[in-house]
Design a binder for this molecule. Structure first.
Ligand code: ADP
Ligand code: MG
Length: 676
C-alpha cells in the first residue's frame, strides 16, 4: 500500500496534536483511516428547487439571485441581524436572515446567482431561511458530506482534512479489488469510490461509490469470517455409529417437542456422516435448546467421544452443569464443570480426568479454550448463546475444535440472510416451536409514576409463591439510571416482607453462583440484577420481570430479558419501565408489547436501529459495518459471499500477490476488534 495511507493524521495541514486526538476518537488515526471515515449523510445541493416547491422545515437547496442586502439591525441583546432579499428563477421572492455575520455584505452581491442550503420556515406568515449556507452558483458543491462528529471536530473540519487527503492520493493507486472482479460485478475503482463517497457531484455517483465500498466491506468481513472458521470438510471426524437419542429422550421428565426431535436428529445425522458437523441451532428463548445440546452430548458420549459445552457466563455454565448432570449422570455419563471460579486444585484434577478420559462431558465458560485444557478424544464442541462470544473467542474455539463436530446455539433469532452473513456456511436447524402449555408473556410499558403499583404487583406474585426479577442498568451510583445496589435497598424498605437478593457482574463468580442457586431454589423472592441474567438463565418459578430504564436496551436484548420469565406453566409478565418519551422509544416498546415472537422482534430491531448498529451491537460480537446496509445490500452480500468463497478456494491463506490488499484489510479488521 502506498505509504500515504499509513501516515499519521497529524501530517495533514491544519491537524495539530490536539485535533489528531479527536480524529483518533472518530476512528481515524491515519490518513488511510480518514479516507475510510465515510459521511453519514449528505446535504444535497445538486438538485436545487424553486421556492414554491421547497419543503417546509426540511433542509433543501434553492437557487436564487440576490436582490438586495439590507443594513445591519441590532436587537436589544446586541444580536446583529441582516436581511437579504432574494428571488428564484420564477421571480418568487423571499427574505433570508443572517445573525451575527458581519461578512455577509462582502460575500453576497446583488445581481448574482447563488445556491443556498437551509430550512425554510414560516415566521409571522412569511417564509424565510435562517442563516443558510451558500455558494456561488457556478462553484456549488453537489453533494456535501456530513461526517460523524465529535466535540471540537466539526463536519466541516473533517471535510477539509478529507479534501486534503484526496489531493494527496498518488497517481497509481493499488486497488484491493482486482480489475477482473470489478468488471464482473460492475464495481468502480478505488480512487473513484473514495472521491465520490466524500465529494460526489450528485446522488448517482455517490451510489456507484457506495456500492463498491459496501461490496469491499462485506467481502473483507466474509473473508475474515470464513478464515476464522478454518473449517475443513475433508478432515476426518469422530463418527457416531449408534444413534441412541431415543434412549436420551426417555431420560427426560417431559417429552420433547417435534422441533427438538428434528434438531437433534439433524445433528446426529451430521455426526454419523464422517465429516465434521457445523450446525447452528436457532431457537427463540425458552424453546428448549439445552435439551437438544444434552441429547447431542449423550449420543457423543455413548459413542466414545468427549463433548464440551461452552456458555458465555459463569452463571449459565453453572446452571448447564446442574441440568446436564441431572439428565446424564443417571445414564452413566460423567459431567464436569470448569469455569474461572473453580479452585486451582479442583481445576488440576479436572484437567487430569479429562486427559485420562474419565470425563465425558465438560461444561464451562471460555476457560475451556485455554491451551492447557486438553481432551483425550474431543469429538463435539457446543457453544450456547453463540452470539455473545467475541470474534477472538470464536477463533480460539475454531482452533480447538478443528476436526470435531461443532454445534452452536443462539437465541437471537436473526433473519436468515443475516445468519448467513454472520455464520457463513453453517447448516441451520430452527426450533420453531415452544414446549406445550407456554403462555405468551404479557408485556406492558409504564412510566415511573406507576412504579409503586408495579412493585405491589411483584409483591402480590411473591405472596402467591412466585419469584420476580428487577433489572437495572447500573451497579451503583448514577442519578439518571437505576442502580442495583440502591434499588435493592429501597425495595427492601418498600416491601419489607419480601426477600431481596442482588446480582451483578462485579461479584465474584462464587458469589454469583451462590445468589443464583438461592434464587433457583426459591430461597429469595426478588432478584435485583444487571443484565447478567440476560442470557439463558432458567428459573421456571419466576413469573414477573420488571425492567428499569428499558429505553437503554436494544429490542433483542429486551426480548432476551423477557425470556427469563414465561418458562413454566404460570401466567407471566414483563413490565418495561421508562420515562423516555421519544417516538423511537415508544415505537420500540410497542413492538415488545405486541409480540412474543423473537423473529419479529429481531426484524423490527433491524429496521429501527439501522443495520450497521444492529450488526455491531454486542448481540453478535462482530465489527460494526461502516457503509454496507443489510436492509439494502442483500444482493451485494450474496455476491460478496460467493466471491469470498471462490477466493479462499483458490488461495486459502490470501497469499497471492493479487490478494495482498484484501489480506491487509482482513487483518486490520480483526486486529481492531476488542475481545469481550
Ligand atoms: P432455551 O432455548 O431458552 O435455552 P431452555 O433449554 O432453558 O430454553 O428450556 C426452557 C425451559 O423449558 C426449561 O425449564 C426446560 O426444562 C423446559 N423444557 C425444555 N423442553 C421442554 C419440553 N419438550 N417440554 C416441557 N418443558 C421443556
Ligand atoms: Mg438457553
Amino acid at each position: 500500500m502506498p505509504s500515504l495511507f499509513a501516515k499519521p493524521i497529524s501530517e495533514l495541514k491544519g491537524v495539530g496534536s490536539k485535533r489528531a486526538e479527536l480524529f483518533k476518537k472518530l476512528g481515524a488515526p491515519t490518513v488511510g483511516a480518514l479516507l475510510r471515515l465515510y459521511p453519514r449523510a449528505y446535504e444535497d445541493w445538486s438538485r436545487p428547487v424553486h421556492f414554491d416547491a421547497a419543503p417546509l422545515d426540511t433542509p433543501c437547496a434553492v437557487r436564487a439571485q440576490v436582490l438586495q442586502v439590507g443594513g445591519p439591525v441590532f436587537s436589544k441583546s446586541g444580536v446583529m441581524l441582516l436581511r437579504v432579499r432574494v428571488c428564484d428563477e420564477t421571480g418568487a421572492a423571499m427574505s433570508f436572515v443572517f445573525f451575527n455575520n458581519p461578512y455577509i455584505p462582502n460575500l453576497l452581491h446583488a445581481g448574482q446567482m447563488y445556491l443556498f442550503y437551509g430550512k425554510i420556515t414560516v415566521k409571522d406568515g412569511r417564509r424565510q431561511m435562517v442563516s443558510p449556507e451558500f455558494a456561488e452558483a457556478d462553484h456549488a458543491p453537489g453533494m456535501r458530506p456530513i461526517y460523524p462528529q465529535t466535540k471540537g471536530l466539526s463536519s466541516r473540519l473533517i471535510e477539509k482534512a478529507v479534501a486534503q487527503a484526496l489531493r494527496l492520493l498518488p497517481d497509481v493507486l493499488r486497488d484491493p479489488l482486482a480489475q477482473t472482479l470489478r468488471q464482473q460485478y460492475a464495481l468502480c475503482e478505488l480512487r473513484y469510490a473514495l472521491e465520490n463517497i466524500h465529494r460526489p457531484p450528485n446522488e448517482e455517483s455517490m451510489q456507484v461509490a457506495r456500492r463498491r465500498l459496501a461490496f469491499e466491506e462485506l467481502l473483507v468481513l466474509q473473508l475474515g469470517m470464513l478464515t476464522l472458521k478454518g473449517r475443513n470438510r475433508e478432515e476426518s471426524a469422530f463418527r457416531v455409529e449408534q444413534d441412541c437419542t431415543d434412549a436420551f429422550w426417555a431420560l427426560l421428565p417431559f417429552s420433547p417437542t417435534a422441533a427438538q426431535r428434528r434438531a437433534a436428529a439433524e445433528a446426529v445425522a451430521d455426526m454419523e456422516s464422517g465429516v465434521p458437523m457445523n450446525r447452528l441451532i436457532q431457537g427463540d428463548v425458552g424453546s428448549g435448546k439445552t435439551a437438544v445440546a444434552a441429547a447431542c452430548c449423550f449420543v457423543a458420549a455413548k459413542n466414545g467421544m468427549q463433548a464440551a459445552l461452552m456458555a458465555p457466563t459463569d452463571i449459565l455454565a453453572h446452571q448447564h452443569f446442574e441440568t446436564l448432570s441431572k439428565m446424564l449422570a443417571p445414564a452413566g455419563v460423567r459431567v464436569a464443570l470448569l469455569t474461572g471460579a473453580v479452585k486451582p486444585k479442583e481445576k488440576q484434577a479436572c484437567k487430569e480426568a479429562l486427559l485420562s478420559g474419565e470425563i465425558d462431558v465438560l461444561v464451562g465458560t471460555h476457560a475451556l479454550l485455554t491451551p492447557d485444557v486438553q481432551f483425550c478424544r474431543l469429538g463435539l464442541v457446543i457453544t450456547d448463546e453463540q452470539h455473545r462470544f467475541g470474534v477472538r473467542q470464536r477463533a480460539a474455539l475454531a482452533e480447538k475444535a478443528r476436526g470435531t463436530h461443532v454445534l452452536v446455539m443462539s437465541a437471537t433469532p436473526i433473519p436468515r440472510t443475516l445468519a448467513l452473513m454472520i455464520y457463513g456456511d453453517l447448516d441451520l436447524s430452527v426450533l420453531d416451536e415452544l414446549p406445550p402449555g407456554r403462555k405468551p408473556v404479557a408485556t406492558y410499558c409504564i412510566d415511573s409514576a406507576k412504579r409503586l403499583r408495579a412493585l405491589r404487583f411483584l409483591q402480590k406474585h411473591v405472596h402467591a409463591g412466585r419469584q420476580c426479577y428487577v433489572i437495572c442498568p447500573a451497579i451503583d451510583g448514577g442519578e439518571d439510571k437505576a442502580s442495583v445496589l440502591s434499588y435493592a435497598q429501597k425495595l427492601s424498605r418498600t416491601l419489607p416482607d419480601v426477600r431481596v437478593a442482588v446480582l451483578h457482574g462485579r461479584m465474584k463468580p462464587k458469589e454469583k453462583d451462590a445468589v443464583m442457586e438461592a434464587f433457583a431454589n426459591g430461597k429469595t423472592d426478588i432478584l435485583v440484577s444487571t443484565t447478567v441474567v440476560e442470557v439463558g438463565v432458567d428459573v421456571p418459578n419466576a413469573t414477573v420481570i420488571l425492567i428499569e430504564n428499558a429505553e437503554r436496551y436494544g429490542l433483542s436484548q429486551l426480548h432476551q430479558l423477557r425470556g427469563r420469565v414465561g418458562r413454566g406453566k404460570e401466567e407471566s409478565y414483563c413490565i418495561l419501565l421508562t420515562d423516555a418519551q421519544t417516538e423511537q422509544t415508544r415505537a420500540r416498546m410497542r413492538i415488545l408489547c405486541e409480540t412474543n415472537d423473537g423473529f419479529r422482534v429481531a426484524e423490527s430491531d433491524l429496521k429501527l436501529r439501522g443495520p450497521g448498529d444492529f450488526f455491531g451491537s454486542r448481540q453478535h460480537g462482530l465489527p460494526a459495518l461502516k457503509i454496507a446496509d443489510l436492509n439494502d445490500d442483500m444482493a451485494v452480500l450474496r455476491d460478496a459471499q460467493a466471491v469470498a468463497k471462490a477466493i479462499l478456494r483458490e488461495d486459502p491463506g490470501l497469499e497471492a500477490e493479487a490478494h495482498r490488499g484484501l489480506r491487509a484489510e482482513v487483518r486490520q479488521l480483526f486486529s481492531s476488534l476488542q475481545s469481550d
